[in-house]
Design a binder for this molecule. Structure first.
Ligand code: ACO
Length: 430
């Protein structure tokens, strides 16, 4: 007999099945709660709610474990590349050499944008935020590739391979174009003989007559950054992608919604906020002690610290902390922000406030230092996060689209407004 959980409401007992995942994560299956009892489950912020079954990524926040399709993030970071990990996340298995080559070729050869897209970039204000532009222009891909964005699940799934290559590749060109337009730089062609990250850096950072040349391993560091951001279970942006996809919406629009969700400072926007925080601390000459005290008293937030799921070190932060040191060394930069970050980390990890609340550095704490060293402008940090996260969003879209039993996501609420009232005409209102 399947295990059963018993919920007592008033003097009645109700039975619900217990679900168990591959890693012994358990849940009470409450899908029949309302029909059996008339109650709903209230869980604002979804801290206790499993919104789906998923075979993509596993996190054990207590132990600081992150695995994609069963492979530990440490092994992928050490031995894989961003595109190979993207393939793994999207298709579920590590690719053969032939499959990886084909996957890379499809992505690298799809960088050129439809000529009709260029005027779009002119239409934005010069000072528009790059994340606003990225999410809008990604959504516009539906109009240039409408055959892959039909909102007919069967058709969209048949074209998934083509649509996902277009999205992975063109998101990179779009990001580079946004930057170049802002800087008044001319468009730079893609070179499919380069790696994904090197080609991106070249499209982004080349100056007229001075092509970008990576002499100190910047593209490798960026590739690792992308890989470490490739997926992260049911976070705010991925849940958003799944929410939008659940209504049958196509891949491009679902991911455009994910980009908007990522933008906020409590999520992907934190990587910008960390650098702004470190720069502000540097400018005041504070050794970090003052800021820690401000964070404890609620006057400030230690950006890049804390996580809804990790109550231990975020394993990606450990890898990025080491990568930051090696990138700065290779580029030959002595960035005082790295010293401030390390001092803050040490101070926080020894402080009761942070220890009791299990607040540790998250992925955003060191990533900005790496991006800054590579030459990426701070305003573009969250765009970098988005480029890295696209494989995870696409894998989650595919999982929903391929599930014949998936239903539209439609939570309920506890209404706290007025009871029924009688409408009063405007001239009779006091
Ligand atoms: N600095 C200071 N105190 C903090 C921090 C922080 N960074 N994070 C959490 N706390 C405190 C809260 O004030 C709260 O204290 P209390 O119990 O006295 O009220 C306690 O720790 C629990 O925090 P919650 O806000 O309930 O945690 P939640 O899971 O809702 O939020 C979040 C997680 C949003 C990541 C939060 O830790 C935060 O804002 N961190 C800074 C922003 C950041 O780095 N975001 C990136 C997250 S990773 C990602 O999305 C890629």
């Amino acid at each position: 007999m399947d295990p059963i959980g018993i919920v007592r409401l008033g003097d009645e007992n109700f039975e619900f099945p217990i679900m168990e995942g591959t890693e012994a994560e358990r849940a009470i299956d409450l899908r029949t709660l309302r029909s059996k009892t008339g109650y709903i489950a209230f869980d604002e912020g979804y801290g206790n709610t499993g919104s789906c079954e998923s075979g993509i990524t596993f996190i054990n926040g207590e132990k600081g474990i992150l695995r994609h399709r069963g492979y530990p993030i440490e092994q992928l970071a050490e031995q894989s590349s961003f595109l190979e990990t993207a393939y793994l996340i999207i298709y579920g298995e590590l690719p053969s050499e032939v499959a990886l080559k084909a996957f890379e070729r499809n992505i690298l050869s799809n960088a050129t944008l439809d000529g009709k897209m260029y005027p779009i970039f002119e239409g934005f204000h010069q000072d528009s935020h790059p994340m606003a532009m990225l999410s809008s222009i990604i959504n516009s891909l539906c109009t240039y590739h409408s055959e892959y964005a039909t909102n007919n699940r069967k058709v969209d799934l048949e074209h998934f391979d083509a649509a996902s290559s277009i999205l992975m590749s063109k998101a990179r060109t779009i990001a580079a174009m946004i930057y170049r337009k802002k800087m008044g730089l001319p468009m730079m062609d893609s070179d499919p003989s380069k790696s994904y990250s090197e080609d991106f850096l070249s499209m982004l950072l080349s100056k007229p007559e001075v092509p970008y040349v990576d002499t100190c391993g910047a593209s490798k560091a960026l590739d690792l950054f992308f890989l470490l951001h490739a997926d992260h279970e049911q976070n705010c942006s991925t849940s958003t992608v799944r929410m939008v996809a659940s209504s049958g919406t196509n891949l491009f629009s679902s991911i455009s919604a994910g980009i908007s969700a990522l933008w906020g400072p409590s999520h992907g926007g934190a990587n910008m906020a960390v650098i702004e925080m470190l720069e502000a601390i540097h400018a005041t000459g504070d050794d970090g002690t003052g800021f820690i005290e401000a964070a404890k008293s609620g006057q400030a937030k230690l950006m890049g610290f804390g996580h809804r799921v990790y109550k231990n070190y975020d394993p990606r932060a450990k890898i990025l902390g080491k990568s930051a040191v090696s990138v700065l060394e290779k580029i030959g930069i002595n960035d005082p922000l790295l010293d401030i970050a390390r001092r803050l980390e040490r101070a926080a990890l020894e402080d009761d406030y942070f220890v009791q609340r299990k607040l540790y550095p998250n992925v955003d704490f060191y990533s900005g230092i790496i991006l800054k060293a590579i030459g990426i402008p701070v305003e573009f940090f969250t765009v970098m996060f988005a480029l890295g996260r696209i494989p995870g969003w696409m894998a989650n879209w595919k999982e929903i689209a391929e599930n014949p039993k998936s239903r539209i996501h439609r939570p309920r609420q506890i209404y706290t407004g007025h009871n029924e009232r009688n409408f009063v005409k405007i001239d009779k209102r006091s």
